[in-house]
Design a protein around this ligand. Structure first.
Ligand code: SAJ
Length: 439
């Protein structure tokens, strides 16, 4: 016990006086901001990434993350307290390592744990006495205890005695200027109390509120609860859109009216489906885990079904509008406005607009898009460039389809020049015209 106490006190003191070197594994939209926050807090930070181009860019003072200025990267490097490397043998150097690697889905829509397993294997090969290892990547409940803890044992150490392990799921919302790493409460759950305390000390240097929970699996499930909550409520909003369409009622008016209730209600809005690297993915990690336990996470599966059916529904509404104008989908000139997965971002990962584009193309439509944030787009093997927006390109289209409600778009310009508009995002709120239909 004395040895544990010494290691605990030694790391706690090194975190308090910033003499500890802090490690971040994975320098993407989660890891890079985290690394820079630790530099700002006064630590020396060692960032690890498998991508040599990313490491070279960072060491050259460049940024490839949307809301991280190159100047901030350059300053961190010049300070001598930030170094990015692909040399995984240096993983024994930092006193703490936060794992921030991707947890995507395979084509089978099952968890792809290859990045997390790769990171854990490399850490295991270089694990040293007294280190704290934290899993930030969003994963299925039990990942920390099922993958990280055995790695420590295999490396010859004992969790809570000479190596410390915790989970602290990332809550980074790229480009969110209101909620940042510093003011978003951070959940920490360690394998032992000492693990939790050291994890709280680490993140307490950069985050205003640290929330301790009893176990890593509790922290993991907290994050999955947050994003499953969104997926299920977006699925409800999308089902309400179909219900309202069937009843001839404006779902946007219903939702806005419901949102006037000052308690017990939180508005979610229908759309062409859900995209991004979180909401379409994280809940499926939980559903997969439950299937493995012989149980079904019915809300998750139902919401996923509804959300994934929206692109097809949007195409059916487009076909209906063309039909009303004596036009077939085949050969129709369709202009999509917005392909990013949500407004004012350039990310097209899992974007439902891509599914709409694919379906329309497969039905023989002549599809073009305009998105001020996405200059080009690869859909299967076909590359598309963003068409410059003009009165002509709006009027030439047989139908204009609004899939992402970027602030850049002018509702008046669209309505003035388009022959017909299908608005999947209520960008044209308050404008009524025979040429407009909404979700
Ligand atoms: N969407 C709807 N209707 C809605 C809300 C969203 O169709 O009412 C769609 C969006 O268009 C998008 C998808 O769902 O295609 C996901 O949107 P999102 O607002 O959830 O944004 P994300 O994917 O960037 O989610 C992230 C998450 N952050 C983390 O996981 C750390 C999520 O927990 C945040 O709540 C969310 O940002 C946020 O609030 O911005």
């Amino acid at each position: 016990m004395t040895q544990t106490y010494d290691r605990f006190e030694k790391l706690k003191a090194a975190l308090a006086d910033r003499s500890a070197c802090v490690g971040v594994m994975g320098l993407g939209y989660v890891g890079l901001p985290l690394a820079l926050h630790f530099v700002e807090a006064g630590f020396s930070v060692l960032g690890f990434d498998i991508d040599e181009d990313r490491v070279a860019a960072l060491m050259n003072g460049e940024s490839y993350v949307v809301d991280i200025d190159a100047a901030a990267v350059a300053a961190a490097v010049e300070s001598g307290r930030f170094c990015a490397t692909t040399d995984m043998e240096r993983l024994g150097e930092p006193s703490t390592i936060s794992i921030c690697v991707p947890t995507p889905l395979r084509k089978t829509r099952d968890p792809d744990m290859s990045f997390v397993r790769g990171a854990i294997d490399k850490i295991g090969e270089n694990l040293r006495d007294g280190q704290l290892i934290v899993l930030e990547s969003t994963s299925y409940p039990g990942t920390t205890e099922e993958l990280l803890v055995p790695m420590v044992g295999t490396a010859g150490f004992e969790v809570g005695t000479n190596v410390f392990v915790a989970s602290s799921p990332e809550r980074v919302d790229p480009a969110n200027e209101v909620w940042t790493i510093a003011n978003t409460p951070k959940i920490v759950g360690g394998v032992t109390e000492a693990c939790t305390e050291l994890c709280a000390c680490l993140y307490g240097t950069i985050v205003k509120d640290v929330v301790r929970v009893g176990r890593p699996i509790t922290a993991e499930l907290t994050k999955l609860m947050e994003n499953t909550f969104r997926s299920v409520n977006i699925g409800l909003a999308n089902e309400m859109a179909l219900i309202c369409q069937g009843l001839g009622v404006d779902v946007w008016e219903v939702t806005d009216a419901a949102a006037t209730k000052p308690f017990g209600y939180m508005p979610f809005y229908p759309g062409p489906g859900i995209g991004g690297h979180c909401i379409p993915v994280d809940p499926l990690y939980l559903a997969w885990k439950m299937r493995g336990q012989g149980a079904q996470a019915r809300f998750i599966d139902l919401a996923d079904d509804i959300n994934r059916s929206m692109p097809q529904y949007v195409v059916s509404r487009i076909a209906g509008m063309l039909n009303d104008r004596g036009l077939a989908v085949r050969g129709a000139k369709v202009l999509l406005l917005g392909v990013a997965y949500k407004k004012n971002v350039s990310d097209v990962r899992e974007s439902p607009a891509v599914d709409v584009m694919l379906e329309l193309s497969e039905q023989g439509a002549n599809v073009r898009y305009h998105d001020p944030h996405v200059s080009n787009l690869m859909v299967v093997e076909q590359e598309y460039d963003s068409t410059p927006l003009s009165a002509a390109c709006l009027s030439e289209a047989d139908i204009v389809v609004i899939l992402t409600d970027h602030d850049d778009f002018s509702a008046d310009e669209i309505v003035e020049h388009a022959q017909a508009v299908f608005d999947a995002r209520n960008l044209l709120a308050g404008i009524s015209s025979a040429k407009i239909e909404r979700l």
